[in-house]
Ligand binder design. Structure first.
Ligand SMILES: Nc1cc(-c2cccs2)n[nH]1
Length: 270
C-alpha cells in the first residue's frame, strides 16, 4: 500500500518511523512518502496561504499550490500505477523532491478537517483496502474548498474526515491517527492477526473487555476468579458480558446497533 502525506510540517510525521508502522515501512508493507507542500509554491517565500474571500480572521491555503501538488501525487484515475519516484522514504527527513513528477495510480484523497464525517474503525478498514491513499494536511483556517471539488471532478474519491469533535491546529495529528489506524490493519503488520478481531470497535461492535496479567493479587486488588479457572467457556461468557456492560455504560450510542438477543441473555449484573 502506498500512502502520500502532503504537509507544511513534514517532521510532524516522524512518529510514523517508529513501532509497527515504522516496521511496515522498512519491510515494504507500507510505502509511506511525506512531501513538503511548500515544494509546490512558486514564489521565493514559498507562500501557501492567503486572506479569505468574504473576510474573516485567519488565512486560507491557496488552491493553486495544492492543485500542483495533488496533480503530482494523486496521479490520474485509471492510470496504471506508476513507479513512484518522488517524496521521501522517511518521514523524519523533511527534504522532499515532491516537485519531481511523482506518478501514481488513482488514489483516494483523505482531507482531515473538523467539519468532516467522523473517522471510525469502518473507515480504517476501508482505507486499509486501498492501494493508494493521499492525505492532505491543512493548516490555518483550512484549504480552499475548490481543491476537494477539483479532485472529485477529476474522478478521485475524496473523504473529508474528522477524528473527533475538537479543533486541532492542523491535519498532521489527524493524519498520524488515521495512518496508524488503517496501517496496523495491513496484513503482516501486527504479529497476531487474531488480536485484531477481539478489539474494541471490531466486528462484534463492542468495546473490549477488561484485561489482567500477573500478579493474581496486587495491592489488595484481585483478578476476577473466573479468569483463573481455566474454564474457557465460562471465561468467554464473562468477557462477552463485560464487553456488553462496558458498551452499555460508556457508549449507549453503540448499543442501539447490537443484537438484542445478546443484551437479553447477558448477565449484566457483572
Ligand atoms: N478532528 C479534527 C481535525 C482537525 C483539523 C484538521 C486540519 C486542521 S484542524 N481538527 N479536529
Amino acid at each position: 500500500m502506498r500512502v502520500d502525506v502532503l504537509t507544511i510540517f513534514p517532521d510532524y510525521l516522524a512518529a510514523l518511523d517508529l513501532s509497527l508502522v515504522g516496521k511496515a515501512r522498512r519491510t515494504g508493507i507500507l510505502d509511506l512518502r511525506v512531501h513538503d507542500l511548500r515544494d509546490w509554491a512558486t514564489d521565493r517565500h514559498r507562500t501557501v496561504d492567503d486572506t479569505p474571500f468574504g473576510g474573516g480572521a485567519g488565512m486560507v491555503m491557496k488552491p493553486d499550490v495544492w492543485g500542483r501538488a495533488l496533480d503530482d501525487v494523486l496521479g490520474t484515475p485509471g492510470d496504471p500505477a506508476g513507479d513512484p519516484a518522488g517524496g521521501t522514504d522517511g518521514a523524519a527527513d523533511g527534504a522532499a523532491d515532491g516537485a519531481a513528477g511523482v506518478r501514481a495510480g488513482a488514489a483516494h484523497l483523505v482531507v482531515p478537517t473538523p467539519s468532516g464525517e467522523v473517522f471510525t474503525q469502518r473507515h480504517a478498514e476501508a482505507l486499509a483496502r486501498e492501494e493508494h491513499v493521499v492525505v492532505a494536511c491543512g493548516r490555518y483556517e483550512g484549504i480552499d474548498a475548490r481543491v476537494a471539488e477539483r479532485a472529485r471532478a477529476a474522478g478521485h474519491r475524496v473523504s473529508e474526515l474528522s477524528i473527533g469533535d475538537y479543533v486541532l491546529n492542523g491535519g498532521e495529528v489527524a493524519a498520524l491517527v488515521m495512518i496508524e489506524a488503517f496501517g496496523r490493519l495491513l496484513p503482516g503488520v501486527v504479529g497476531n492477526p487474531h488480536s485484531l478481531v477481539e478489539e474494541s470497535h471490531g466486528a462484534a461492535g463492542l468495546l473490549e473487555y477488561p484485561v489482567y496479567t500477573k500478579p493474581p493479587s496486587w495491592e489488595g486488588h484481585d483478578v476476577p476468579e473466573v479468569l483463573l479457572s481455566g474454564h474457557h467457556a465460562r471465561i468467554e461468557r464473562w468477557r462477552r458480558d463485560q464487553a456488553l456492560v462496558r458498551t452499555a455504560a460508556r457508549r449507549p450510542d453503540m448499543v442501539a446497533s447490537l443484537d438484542v438477543a445478546d443484551l437479553d441473555r447477558a448477565d449484566l449484573t457483572v
